[in-house]
Design a protein around this ligand. Structure first.
Ligand SMILES: O=C(O)CCC(=O)C(=O)O
Length: 253
């Protein structure tokens, strides 16, 4: 199985492309694995920098949202992340081999707020310009469950925020909001999008969690295997950001 020339052309034109059904046979195993991971309560600590948190859109309650990274605690996610089919497809889009750079599992439980407009690229030294994310859908993801919405064509403009090493939300005025495409995905579907593609998501207004595995890659010529050095830098950066807010007891587990 590989991407068609039309899919490759669409990715370069739009900054994203979908590939339905790639992991349909694995969807059940992924759902069961997410249920198991939800039970790892000992990891879900506000000082554990593996965890990301998100408010409930209506009550404001802060709840667990994401494990980043996830493949070191999930053999099933690791199998999918290291599946040659995926890196081969990423390689087709790059025109050269691809390396896994980052992996996270967003649970987005019912009621969770969405994410504001941003590009995934961040201007840390050595952060790959070729950063590309592959979403593997675990639950149905649509407008009602807070699917990712991407804005076509803007990736061609590169990074739209200051290259100062900070995380930036993107001013929505920089994007024609009428052009947004909701990545409507069924369990096992896959979507690829560039690190320069502006995207956002709405709250999960459905009754179910909207679990998506986010796997990011970089091109071989853009640093080679960077995953370990990325997480080392990312963890230090996160701990500094928490410390800026007086949170100094953080750890990674
Ligand atoms: O899963 C979502 O709702 C959006 C997540 C996202 O944009 C991100 O993690 O960069």
């Amino acid at each position: 199985m590989s991407l068609t020339p039309a899919q490759i052309a669409a990715y370069h034109r739009d900054g994203f492309v979908t590939a339905p059904g790639i992991f349909a046979a694995e969807a059940n195993a992924l759902q069961q694995e997410c249920d198991r991971l939800t039970g790892l309560q000992h990891l879900m600590d506000s000082n554990n920098i593996r965890c990301r948190w998100q408010d409930h859109a209506e009550t404001g309650e802060c709840r667990f949202d994401c494990f980043d990274p996830v493949i070191d605690i999930s053999p099933v996610c690791e199998r999918i992340a290291r599946e040659p089919l995926l890196s081969d497809m990423a390689a087709q889009l790059y025109g050269e081999p691809a390396f896994l750079f980052k992996d996270k599992l967003i649970f987005k439980p019912s009621g969770a707020k969405g994410y504001d407009m941003h590009q995934d690229f961040i201007s840390w030294q050595g952060f790959p310009e070729s950063f590309m994310t592959v979403i593997v859908a675990i639950d149905p993801s649509d407008a009602s469950s807070g699917a990712t919405e991407v804005f076509p064509g803007y990736h061609q403009k590169g990074y739209l925020s200051p290259r100062d090493g900070d995380y930036h939300q993107l001013d929505e005025k920089l994007v024609d909001l009428t052009t947004g495409v909701t990545l409507d995905l069924q369990p096992g579907d896959v979507a690829f999008f560039s690190g320069f593609t502006p995207h956002r998501s709405a709250a999960n207004k459905s009754e179910h969690s909207r679990r998506l595995l986010y796997l990011s890659f970089n091109a071989a010529s853009d640093g080679g295997d960077l995953r370990a050095s990325h997480y080392e830098y990312f963890h230090g950066w996160l701990q500094e950001r928490y410390a800026d807010y007086g949170k100094t007891e953080t750890y990674f587990r």
